[in-house]
Design a binder for this molecule. Structure first.
Ligand code: NAD
Length: 318
């Protein structure tokens, strides 16, 4: 089998290390590079992952690299085809994602500068929170064309929505089709009108009050896990989401996924990074897909756009 391409995961915390592991286990890449500022931690994790090769049956090379404040070590990421930015603080119980903005903006800015320098042709997938703002910041700092900078949130929020619906009804998650749009925050827009269970509209299966409860549980899905873990935020489902996006780009699959993308006229919204369905492939976003949403859902999407627009402008000054 031919393995090709180099993928760098910046940040070797819970999100970054689980993402690197998933990418390595796909066994489609030549090299996965995992970096962090914590001295020799990425080297240790990479060695550990490499030692699972003969058990899991993959041969992707996993490289760990400690990076320094002035870009030391980034030469080892040079020429990456795809870079995932997971560097930054996660939430603690009681915190909103927006509480992370000042700290993480400094981190993401510094990372984005090095990515632009060493991997000028990469597709960048951002996961650091607050997601929509960090994605916008990365696009501005790298100066990359907007289709090459994507945020991960909608894949995760959609997976949470499916889990909530499936578990409530008692069906496999594969029976549930769903989507969430909007921001990765309070103005997240789960879209009940597009949810089906074994091809039946959700509204024929559950009453409105139950649907609203599941929608709210989806919005609170991240906080629910933060409250349980107490010391950090979710990473198994988040890393699965980011890894699938990487794979869609690497394989030029053309899959439509809910992601944070630059919206330029679709849904009557312009000039903002927002959660929308988009076709992913080589070069990142191939197109933003317009779904036939109900009027109240379009209104909620526009409200989400306005909520993140000013923050995305402010983040420039942090
Ligand atoms: N978008 C989503 O859906 C989603 C879901 C979960 C978590 N997150 C976010 O992902 C981020 C990472 O979460 P985590 O659980 O891995 O946190 P974590 O604390 O386990 O790991 C973060 C890592 O980033 C590293 N880091 C800090 N500054 C760095 C720099 N300049 N260069 C390289 N590495 C640096 C830290 O040393 C740490 O190892 C957080 O901001 C979290 O809120 C996003």
């Amino acid at each position: 089998m031919t393995r090709k391409g180099k993928v760098t995961v910046v940040g070797a915390g819970f999100y970054g290390s689980t993402t690197a592991q998933r990418l390595a286990e796909y066994d489609i890449f030549e090299e996965v590079v995992l970096t962090d500022i914590i001295e020799v931690k990425p080297e240790g994790l990479a060695l550990d992952m490499s030692q699972s090769r003969s058990i899991e049956g993959f041969e992707t090379h996993v490289t760990g690299v400690t990076t320094g404040p002035n870009g030391e070590g980034y030469d080892r990421t040079e020429g990456s085809d795809i870079v995932i930015i997971t560097a930054g603080m996660p939430r603690k119980p009681g915190m909103s994602r927006m509480d992370l903005i000042e700290t993480n903006a400094k981190i993401v800015r510094q990372v984005a500068e090095q990515v632009a320098k060493f991997s000028p042709d990469a597709v960048v997938i951002v996961v650091s929170n607050p997601l929509d703002e960090m994605t916008a910041l990365t696009a501005n700092v790298t100066g990359f064309p907007k289709p090459r900078v994507i945020g991960q949130a909608g894949m995760l929020d959609t997976a949470r929505f499916k889990q909530k619906v499936a578990d409530r009804i008692g069906v496999p998650t594969s029976s549930v089709k769903a989507i969430t749009l909007g921001s990765h925050g309070d103005t997240m827009v789960p879209v009940p009108s597009m949810v089906t269970v074994d091809d039946m509209p959700l509204r024929d299966v559950l009453d409105d009050a139950t649907i609203e409860e599941l929608v709210q549980q989806t919005r609170d899905g991240g906080a629910e896990i933060v409250a349980l873990l107490k010391t950090g935020s979710a990473y198994y489902a988040p890393s699965a989401a980011a890894a699938r996006m990487v794979r869609a780009v690497a394989e030029d699959s053309g899959e439509v996924m809910p992601v944070c993308a630059w919206v330029d006229g679709q849904y009557g919204i312009s000039g903002v990074y927002l959660g929308v369905p988009a076709r992913l492939g080589a070069g990142g976003i191939k197109e933003v897909v317009e779904l036939p949403l109900a009027d109240d859902e379009v209104a909620a999407l526009r409200e989400a756009a306005e909520a993140v627009r000013s923050k995305q402008a402010d983040v420039e000054n942090l």
